[in-house]
Ligand binder design. Structure first.
Ligand code: 5GP
Ligand code: MN
Length: 315
């Protein structure tokens, strides 16, 4: 499965690993697990992660991440959890400076890139693929790597609740627990702890909620000024969509947050009857049938009307 990738790794020394911008637990877990693995092979390896939510700072290796790729040329880029190379947390120039690129991803709709690609949308997460990749390279998984992979799988499966969770996922997680994954701590830090400002953000999300199509669609927009006034930064302002989706009868939940760069970011969740990846793609974004997103190109009021119409047609 990873034979060609292994050949590329064998020939590479200077390696960078990256994932999508605004990294989630899966992006962080998968990249850093491979980082620790390749260090064991004696590689000169770095993870490029210019910004991330500080809820992840407790994870091993997060402090080792670098902001950019300073080398003019390097042997290999390993890209994880990013269906599109333009979503990677590196510049086009940094991408082009790689002699080889390995792409590992689990998104359904994808613009494949790189010299070696492994894309499997039946896998729960990039971290599940990273586990298989590390195993194929015959690298021993230690406690830190197990904790990282566990964090990635746990977050991308909604704590093993989403339908991307397979029996294989559970078998892999069982292995990770045997390797010493700190499951209780990961759950406590990522599921059970929020800042007070985040609690206020939840209140604001509910306050701003608008309801359409007899409760089948829920929409909440929080302008950047409101997010800023709560003292929340871009990375910490996400994660509100599930609250909207969890309301009885909701088919499509939409949470829109203003960002510090002036754009409005759309995060959507589906109850299962509407494939929202199609909607996101039609607006220039992407994702999975039940979790997708995009950045608004027009003003929020215009984009909202367009979205309400499209959702109505799909309901
Ligand atoms: P979230 O709502 O958690 O930000 O994103 C859910 C999923 O939608 C992500 O896993 C990702 O696959 C996809 N997604 C969100 N925003 C974008 C975007 O701007 N472009 C693309 N291609 N996919 C996105
Ligand atoms: Mn992922």
């Amino acid at each position: 499965m990873f034979k060609e990738a292994k050949k590329i790794i064998d020939k590479s020394n200077k390696i960078y690993i990256s994932a999508h911008v605004n990294p989630d637990g899966d992006a962080i877990g998968s990249t850093l697990a491979i980082y620790f693995g390749l260090k064991k092979l004696g590689k000169n390896v770095h993870v490029v992660m210019p910004s991330y939510s500080n809820v992840f700072s407790f994870l091993p290796g997060v402090g080792d991440c670098v902001n950019s790729i300073e080398d003019e040329e390097y042997d290999l880029l390993i890209a994880l959890d990013s269906s599109d190379n333009t979503r990677l947390a590196i510049s086009e120039e940094e991408y082009n400076n790689a002699r080889k690129v390995i792409m590992l991803d689990h998104h359904q709709i994808s613009n494949p890139y790189g010299d070696f690609r492994y894309i499997d949308d039946s896998k729960s997460s990039a971290s599940e693929i990273a586990y298989l990749f590390i195993k194929a390279l015959k690298i021993e998984i230690d406690k830190d790597m197990a904790t990282l992979l566990y964090a990635g799988i746990m977050t991308d499966t909604g704590s093993f609740n989403y339908n991307n969770t397979s029996s294989d996922t559970h078998r892999i997680v069982a292995d990770l627990i045997d390797y010493g994954a700190e499951t209780v701590n990961v759950c406590k830090r990522l599921n059970d702890t929020i800042k007070e400002a985040k609690l206020k953000l939840i209140a604001k999300t509910i306050d701003n909620m608008e309801v359409f199509y007899n409760g089948k669609m829920r929409y909440s927009f929080i302008p950047y000024e409101e997010i800023k006034s709560l003292g929340i930064d871009d990375e910490d302002a996400e994660g509100m969509t599930n609250y909207l989706r969890s309301v009885e009868g909701t088919e499509v939940a939409v949470y829109v947050r203003g960002k510090s760069d002036g754009t409005n970011k759309v995060s959507m969740r589906s109850g299962g009857n509407v494939d929202i990846s199609k909607i996101a793609i039609s607006f220039g974004g992407g994702g999975h049938p039940r979790a997708a997103g995009y950045t608004m190109k027009d003003s929020e009021d215009i984009e909202k009307q367009k979205l309400i119409k499209v959702v109505g047609e799909m309901l």
